[in-house]
Ligand binder design. Structure first.
Ligand code: SF4
Length: 235
């Protein structure tokens, strides 16, 4: 293992241990939100530490939203955290997002990422080019960067297939390692409740519409069982 791999493996291990430590005593909505927030902060800090100043500038800019027209995979704590964030704001905001999520979900449910990309439909949280849940956006949204606007424009109708975008190397490597450690920590801490990768739209809709979704999920009830992201077309 070379030094870079060793460093990234250390990041994943550190994040996995942190998740296990934080969830060892209780897995309440508050601890779940903390776990996700901590993973996001850790990834950002480590990215800042290893960023090479000679790296080419990323092309991502405010109100550039090409990547917000695709499938986004989330874990259950991320979906619960977004629902919690919206619920803590105004009731009419929750109702507005339930309507937007439900409308979008009817159009994209059962689609593969490629099929969803081809529909050219914006994320339910996108408004006038801005993410309405920016503070609590999914870890994969935080990880994403691009060095080329042209590549984003070309990849958008195809759902951003793997390898279609040249991403900023330090961000890609640190976020990938820490998200992997985060997911592994969840798996080891909450084996009965962790069921994989969920489609953002449906998972947040379920989290908002299900009464006590967080309590049910942490007690082992699979409230997200129909939200798995579909990766291949059924034959
Ligand atoms: S959650 Fe926010 S950043 Fe992620 S796809 Fe939706 S609008 Fe874009």
């Amino acid at each position: 293992m070379d030094k870079e791999q060793e460093f990234l493996s250390g990041l994943a291990d550190a994040e996995e241990s942190e998740v296990q430590f934080r969830l060892a005593e209780s897995a309440t909505i508050s601890t779940l939100c903390d776990v996700v927030e901590n993973a996001a902060d850790f990834a950002k800090n480590m990215r800042d530490k290893v960023l090479d100043p000679r790296t080419p500038p990323i092309a991502c800019r405010a109100k550039c939203d090409h990547c917000c027209y695709q499938s986004v995979s989330v874990t259950a704590p991320e979906a619960l955290r977004i629902a919690e964030y919206l619920t803590r704001r105004k009731l009419n905001l929750v109702q507005r997002f339930i309507f937007k999520l439900s409308t979008l979900n009817k159009k994209i449910e059962g689609k593969t990422p490629e099929q969803r990309g081809a529909l050219n439909l914006p994320c339910a949280f996108l408004d006038k080019g801005k993410c309405q849940i920016y503070k609590v956006r999914p870890l994969l949204c935080q990880k994403h960067t691009s060095l080329s606007l042209q590549e984003c424009i070309a990849a958008k109708p195809h759902g951003f297939p793997p390898g279609s975008i040249t991403e900023e190397k330090a961000q890609l490597a640190t976020y990938t390692a820490i998200i992997s450690g985060y997911r592994s920590g969840l798996l080891k801490s909450l084996p009965k409740s962790f069921h994989g990768s969920y489609e953002l739209t449906k998972a947040v809709l379920v989290a908002l519409e299900t009464e006590e979704a967080a309590t049910l999920w942490t007690s082992g009830q699979d409230v997200f069982e129909d939200c798995e992201i579909k990766l291949i077309e059924s034959t």
